[in-house]
Design a binder for this molecule. Sequence first.
Ligand code: SF4
Ligand code: SF4
Length: 491
Amino acid sequence: MADTAAPKPGSTTDEIPIEAPLYEKRRQLFVQSVKGRYRSIKWAVLVLTLGVYYLLPFVRWDRGPNAPDQAVLIDFPARRFYFFFIEIWPQEVYYLTGLLVLAAFVLFLMNALAGRVWCGYLCPQTVWTDLFLAVERFFEGDRRERTKLYQGRWTGNRIARTGGKHFVWLMIAWWTGGAWVLYFADAPTLVWQLATLQAPLIAYIWIGILTFTTYALAGFLREQVCTYMCPWPRIQAALTDEHALNVTYKVDRGEPRVSLKKSVALRETGEKVGDCVDCNQCVAVCPTGVDIRDGLQLGCVQCGLCIDACNNVMDKIGRPQGLIGYDSEYNLERRLAGEPEEKPKIVRARTILYVVLILGISAFMAFHLATRSTLDVAALHDRNPLFVQLSDGSIRNAYTVRLANKALEERVFTLSLDGLPAGFVEAVGAENVSAQSLSVAVGPARTRELRVLVTVPRGTDGPASREIVFTLAAPEGESAFVRDHFMMPAN
Ligand code: SF4
Ligand code: SF4
């Protein structure tokens, strides 16, 4: 894959002039609107993704009387993440790791099938930039009108139009930051608190940060983020192969490119002429300013808008659509070698591997979620002292034991101890104590920390350290356990 200063087709890197600058000054882009299949898909994705982002915090999900009813909520004070019927506790953060691994493989699969389809259609940078471009067009006009506006002097008309654009941009950016904080608290309550200036300071700070970043990234940095700041183009360039479908200029069909007038004349004389009429429409609509006719480039986010633009041109000049289209390097090379192209090879080793990994990880996570325990126990032995000898000669070890009740009603658990020939367990604050177990009530969706003391009577034989097991049992029979050690002086 070439860099943004890519050589023309057919040239080699040796032909790049030695004085080519390492840094190219940014060109201001005046992007032209376009209509077509890929533009429609992009609008649909934009409406869907932004709709989900802005409205999801207001979706309710009934979890019973002891839990919040917001469908998606990151509840920092209670240390919980709620996602519809799923509730993740801090000690289950491995689900998040699983989701990230899953997302990575989905991205790899997308890349193996259709190149940077994520970048062109789904990436937040692309979606918000598209929205900001639409606002820009609304206030300042399409490419030609906007170019003229920017070449002219600052007049009242220009100030009003540019001012209106920045005002709407800031409103969108502000609402983007506002929507983000709604995922961290009850959305309707927080909206009211924000409106009446009673929200926590941290909410205003985050809204400010996200307003600024959205305004800067989608309004000003735009394609610079994709070309220079984002690592994904470099990673995906290393992951792709010759069968991946990428937005490609079909050089075998387009070259030699000549103007429309010339092409008509040359065709009449029977001379070979390409279908590209050098109209530059594909470049004018490109949101990153790339000329796809120079080959695959890091700057190309594979949005497909140049396909729409070129198809429209082909329709007008009566040539078949598809001069620019999704194509594989493999087929391009076959055609250049005069061989017939083959059907896109979707099923191949890497796509099968990604699908197997995605299905395997999804199934494992779903099974784990469906069968996960509704209680948990963790123990931490006191480090200093490891044990104490009481006045009657008995030996005592102390532990901090944390019990978790993930059910939405209060439950009385039994905490029992195994691994000692004799002895008893007691806990500060526990309801009752028997020889080797005690009962502890834990509130709905709560944890409870206990100071647990385990004592063995004088004369108990055994090694200096022996393994013990704390078992936590719920009334319905479900249980969890944790291993630790009981320490005593060596005999
Ligand atoms: S839009 Fe099509 S015909 Fe026009 S310059 Fe681009 S590739 Fe050539
Ligand atoms: S070259 Fe075509 S596909 Fe690539 S970013 Fe530009 S318009 Fe999108």
